[in-house]
Design a protein around this ligand. Structure first.
Ligand SMILES: Cc1cc2nc3c(=O)[nH]c(=O)nc-3n(C[C@H](O)[C@H](O)[C@H](O)COP(=O)(O)OP(=O)(O)OC[C@H]3O[C@@H](n4cnc5c(N)ncnc54)[C@H](O)[C@@H]3O)c2cc1C
Length: 435
């Protein structure tokens, strides 16, 4: 059995308590076995259990231990791809359908919070994206037009409004989408786990799945302490797909994404006079750079910022230097930030920047590839996986259903990432200089 501790994050220090989820220590059976207890797996468990399906979820650590309990807590509408990119990739009808569906993902999150009374400091004041150059501004304007045509509550912000709402003069203009918001992500994950258990799901923590094999017409999912047998298995392991040593229980899955570490810090509560100058209306924000930063306040006025750090995942303080430098650049009023929390987590990047549902074999599905935008999308993915198992047609699902593809030369990802990061840094700086 492997014991994974939660990182010492702001969310671990402030979230509601975790449900009791004991390790699997026997052989059991169910209709569906889910591997992974982040938003994807927990939402799938909840939506299946609510519809009377007998479901078991096996999580290597505890619910929310992966990216779901470590992220920025920004509930963001939409995919990373814009309408024109979705239409060019999937065709007019499907591209427009996927685009519109992704705009509703935050509704699902805030409805679940409301329906299950999840205590996770949820606030729906909107999500702002600042533009660092003219082409970023043009990008935001195109997006704003696409959403406005669907009646979404979005607006472009001029330089003065952007500076006021964000509390920094660093951006030229901005875009606000009022469907977005913020929450304590670990609290939200734990709330989903409580709700799934209340609906009848069995959740086992400290239960790393070591193998998944077909036996006698069913799937047999083994951990060190026992096994779960079911007609259907769902893999919801995203950036942690390799976790069970080597490349995990479904090797090609781990090769379909590149796990990348994102680093975050949080200050001690800011003084009232500084706090009033930053995000005064309570939005959350991330920017459009290739090496982006994301930031927000928590309810106690701690400033939280995340961005790129070390490629090796080390928590050495030097790896947080880039994020800390961004606080100084963007928010000089904070001065030398008084930091209390340092943590990181793994996002799953893929080649087309889209999450997918992958049919792996008869009765086996995976849903992953959130590319760093999964608070709302992974919650929706869990529901979509449940819907697919219960018979909803692929064309009615809000994600593309595609065969799993391994990324070519996956073994060379580290040197390739070093080159990619250097190139992205250069391009971001060049764009910013040219305005
Ligand atoms: C630092 C950071 C900041 C982010 N900020 C944001 C943000 O502000 N907004 C946003 O929309 N998105 C953000 N994201 C992305 C978002 O957190 C993820 O897309 C989302 O949480 C993915 O959920 P998931 O359930 O698919 O995967 P995860 O939450 O990563 O869960 C996967 C789980 O699978 C388990 N697992 C893996 N292998 C096994 C195995 N063999 N057996 C049993 N269990 C296994 C792991 O223990 C893990 O708990 C951020 C991500 C990170 C890392």
């Amino acid at each position: 059995m492997c014991q994974h501790q939660l990182p010492e994050s702001l969310w671990a220090a402030t979230a509601r308590p975790a449900p009791d989820t004991v390790a699997l220590r026997e052989d059991i059976s169910a209709d569906v076995v889910i591997v992974g207890g982040g938003f994807t797996g927990l939402s799938a468990a909840l939506h299946l259990a609510e519809r009377g399906t007998d479901v078991v979820l096996l999580e290597a650590a505890e619910p929310g231990w992966g990216a779901s309990g470590r992220n920025g807590g920004q509930v963001i509408p939409g995919f990373k791809l814009e309408l024109a990119e979705l239409v060019s990739r999937y065709g007019e009808e499907k591209g427009r359908r996927l685009f519109a569906a992704a705009g509703t993902f935050p509704d699902l999150v805030f409805d679940l919070i409301e329906r299950h009374q999840i205590e996770c400091a949820a606030a729906r004041a909107g999500w702002i994206q600042g533009a660092h150059c003219t082409s970023a501004h043009d990008h935001l304007e195109r997006r704003c037009d696409s959403w406005a045509a669907l009646g979404a509550p979005v607006e472009m912000l001029d330089r003065v409004e952007t500076a006021h709402l964000l509390g920094t003069e660093w951006y030229t203009t901005g875009f606000i989408d009022r469907r977005g918001g913020g929450l304590n992500p670990l609290g939200y994950a734990r709330g989903l786990a409580h709700a799934a258990i209340a609906a009848g799901a069995r959740i086992h923590g400290q239960s790393t799945v070591q193998s998944i094999e077909q036996e006698g017409g069913a799937w047999l999912v083994r951990t060190a302490g026992g096994a779960a047998r079911a007609q259907n298995v769902l893999l919801a392991t995203n950036g942690y797909s390799y976790l069970a040593g080597g490349s995990g229980p479904w090797p090609k899955l781990a090769e379909s994404i590149i796990p990348v570490h994102s680093y975050q810090v949080a200050t001690r509560p800011l003084s009232d006079n500084i706090r009033r100058t930053i995000l005064p209306e309570g939005q959350v924000s991330s920017d459009l750079r290739r090496l982006l930063v994301y930031f927000r306040l928590d309810p106690e006025g701690r400033f939280v910022m995340g961005g790129r750090g070390g490629l090796d995942g080390s928590l050495d303080r030097a790896k947080f230097a880039g994020v800390i430098a961004s606080i100084r650049d963007l928010f000089p009023q904070i001065g030398d930030p008084d930091l209390a929390f340092f943590w990181n987590g793994q996002i799953a990047i893929n080649l087309d920047h889209m999450p997918h549902i992958h049919p792996l074999a008869e009765g086996a599905l995976a849903g992953l590839g959130f590319n760093g935008r999964g608070v709302a999308a992974a919650t929706a993915m869990g529901k979509a996986l449940a819907d697919k198992i219960l018979g909803v047609a692929d064309d009615d699902l809000p994600f593309p259903v595609e065969p799993l593809k391994a990324i070519p030369f996956h073994g060379l990802r580290l040197p390739a990432m070093h080159l990619a990061v250097a190139w992205k840094r250069f391009r971001d700086a060049q764009e910013r200089r040219s305005g």
